[in-house]
Design a protein around this ligand. Structure first.
Ligand code: FEO
Ligand code: CA
Ligand code: CA
Length: 626
């Protein structure tokens, strides 16, 4: 791995190279603690080990309460290892929007061998589909969907290693990312993009947007092109999403660090950059041809990314807004709900090994039809602290608690979390709030550094609490219930809804929790959404080698979990190489839209380049699908 160029590495591998495992040092005591716990767990069946460690009472009690009748209206499917989609009997699927499909009729036709053109990328559906949400606007169904990053070889298939060789190449990559806003409609051949809809829009790495909140105008956000520190071009690495009750889309900037590099390899970087993984060696080569991404010319540009961005899908001319009050980190998604008194609560994960889980609570309540413009600007950001006794608390990131100014908290949120002793987590991915019970779930996808080394800020990552397994390659889903059934409460109780594992390979904790078996096993839960009936749809982004620890788990997949019984069953499997990510339902709930990111082979066309695609899934009997 040490010899591999950065763009060939996963985000975790880049992190590993930039923050290598330490030599023997005082972190040893943490490892020793982890090892003793691991040994302890290893000799016990999971249930009793979990009880002994205090991580299982709610989990095991819910599993024990398994209902005699399943709430799942489908026959679970087995794993797959092929380059196709599989759904249960009685369900069907078809592509709706593939990378390169036109949003506007002036977009050139997709070339199976070469993809699309630089200009065409900005007029067509982008690559690497991820989080998405549906909006009904004047009777039109509009999907806003993220395009997280680019597969270089696929976008620049003629270039060595797929790396850009010109400013034009960089622009082509930039145009393939960002967000698509597109009207969809159901016709005789099923769901399709409404080409040239007046609501269609492409937002890219270069679309002008505004910065708001405590960091807006701060010196660290000022650049030669924007001396005000309030205007920024583009949004980067749009991962998960969110939807406000007032009808706007939230897109979350995740691994923004990889877009920056320095043409001066000797450039000294600010100390804060190391916490965010910003280095002189860039991942995409943007810095060679676009000075905005060259740290030697624009040292503050990375401080303008890593935020939650609000987009109004009803107005294609609207300027997107980056809300710095919600913090700067590697945002996964933004899950909104309302507190008992109507204040807006947003749950936010920071997806990196050993980083934190956050919550925003607005100062004012949401009032339908009222002024919503300050609800993501005026309020309080909190970070989660979990205790081993299955309680937890939200700690406010205030100047008093952190010794930092509000702007510093907004820009260097990770450091603020460290100052108040936030719990280092196993990579918080999506948070989902149950619509029929006052509880929330967060996918902790995996963390091979758990119990091995600290996070990039030096915070220890001891085994315990909701992160109970050393070198955790499988992941788990933590669930919390706020005190007094109020999402604005300062405290909560928690349990693990599931610990993924492989009972055909392991005994003990890596066999998984009681609701994991050889028929439903998976690794690396990531995307999650609740359907209207209160079932939790779980998407995976894990190891699909079907070997070793992951033997028998097949391709990435989508499962459905019952929060009451703990039962989990497999509903869909993706093509080999792909991640299943992004989920929403049509307004009549007869169709589920599912994202398939970075498929392998030549999926879905069967020839030429693979294409990230949003598919429609429906019941052939026309009944509701969630
Ligand atoms: Fe973009 Fe953490 O997934
Ligand atoms: Ca994800
Ligand atoms: Ca992931």
């Amino acid at each position: 791995m040490d010899d591999m160029p950065l763009h060939r590495l996963s985000f975790d591998e880049i992190d590993e190279r930039r923050n290598p495992r330490p030599a023997e040092q005082d972190f040893d005591r943490v490892v020793a603690r982890a090892m003793s716990r691991r040994g302890f767990m290893g000799v016990l069946a999971f249930g009793s080990a979990a009880a002994a460690l205090g991580i299982g009472p709610l989990l095991t009690s819910t599993a024990a309460q398994a209902q005699t009748t399943s709430r799942f209206p489908f026959t679970p499917i087995g794993i797959s290892t092929d380059f196709d989609i599989h759904v249960p009997e009685g369900y069907a699927w078809k592509p709706v929007a593939r990378w390169g499909d036109a949003l506007f009729s002036d977009a050139p036709a997709f070339d199976p061998a070469k993809g699309t053109t630089t200009e065409g990328q900005a007029r067509a559906f982008g690559e690497n589909t991820d989080g998405m949400e549906l909006f009904v606007i004047d009777g039109r169904q509009v999907i806003a969907v993220n395009h997280e990053y680019v597969n270089l070889d696929v976008n620049l298939p003629g270039n060595p290693d797929g790396l850009p060789l010109s400013a034009e190449d960089v622009l082509k990559l930039q145009n393939a990312q960002g967000i698509s806003v597109m009207e969809v409609a159901e016709g005789p051949d099923g769901w399709a993009i409404v080409v040239d809809s007046p609501l269609n829009r492409r937002i890219t790495n270069n679309t002008p947007m505004t910065l708001t909140g405590p960091a807006a105008g701060h010196d660290l956000l000022k650049t030669p092109a924007d001396p005000t520190g309030t205007q920024v071009l583009g949004t980067l690495n749009n991962c998960g999403a969110g939807r406000t009750p007032w009808g706007t889309y939230l897109t979350c900037e995740e691994n923004f660090n990889g877009y920056f590099g320095s043409t001066d390899a000797a450039l000294a970087l600010p100390e804060a950059f190391s916490r965010y993984g910003i280095e002189v060696e860039g991942g995409y080569g943007y810095e060679k041809f676009d000075a905005r991404f060259d740290l030697s010319k624009n040292i503050n540009e990375p401080n303008r990314f890593g935020y939650v961005v609000e987009i109004n899908p009803a107005d294609p001319a609207s300027v997107p807004v980056k809300h710095t009050a919600l913090g700067r980190f590697k945002h996964e998604n933004a899950e909104l709900t309302l507190a008992a008194d109507g204040r807006v609560v947003v749950y936010l994960g920071d997806d990196e090994r050993g980083e934190f889980l956050y919550r925003w609570v607005s100062a004012a309540p949401y009032v339908e039809g009222g002024d919503t413009s300050r609800l993501l600007e005026d309020g309080q950001l909190y970070v989660a602290v979990f205790a081993d006794d299955m309680t937890g608390k939200w700690v406010a990131l205030t100047p008093e608690a952190t010794g930092m100014t509000p702007a510093e908290i907004a820009i260097h949120t990770r450091m603020a979390g460290s100052k108040v002793g936030a719990t280092t987590m196993d990579r918080p991915e999506w948070v989902a709030v149950n619509p029929i019970a006052v509880e929330a779930y967060c996918a902790l996808t995996n963390n091979t550094n758990r119990g091995v080394k600290p996070n990039a800020g030096g915070d220890a990552t001891p085994v315990g609490g909701p992160n109970p397994r050393e070198k955790n390659g499988f992941g788990q889903i933590v669930r919390w219930r706020p005190t007094g059934e109020d999402h604005a409460a300062e405290t909560f109780t928690w349990d693990l809804f599931v610990m993924a594992g492989n009972p055909s390979v392991h005994e003990g904790p890596f066999a998984g929790s009681a609701n994991v078996n050889v028929g439903n096993m998976f690794n690396s839960p990531d995307g999650m959404s609740f359907d209207s009936t209160g079932l939790l749809w779980i998407q995976t982004d894990g190891d699909d080698s079907n070997e070793g620890d992951f033997a028998g788990q097949g391709n990435n997949q989508m499962l459905i979990g019952d929060p009451v019984s703990g039962q989990i069953e497999r509903f869909l499997t993706g093509p080999n190489g792909s991640e299943v990510t992004g989920l929403l339902w049509s307004a009549d709930r007869k169709t589920a839209f599912v994202g398939i990111q970075h498929p392998g082979g030549s999926w879905p066309d069967g020839t030429g380049l693979p294409r990230s695609t949003v598919i429609a899934v429906w019941r052939t009997d026309g009944a509701l699908i969630g």
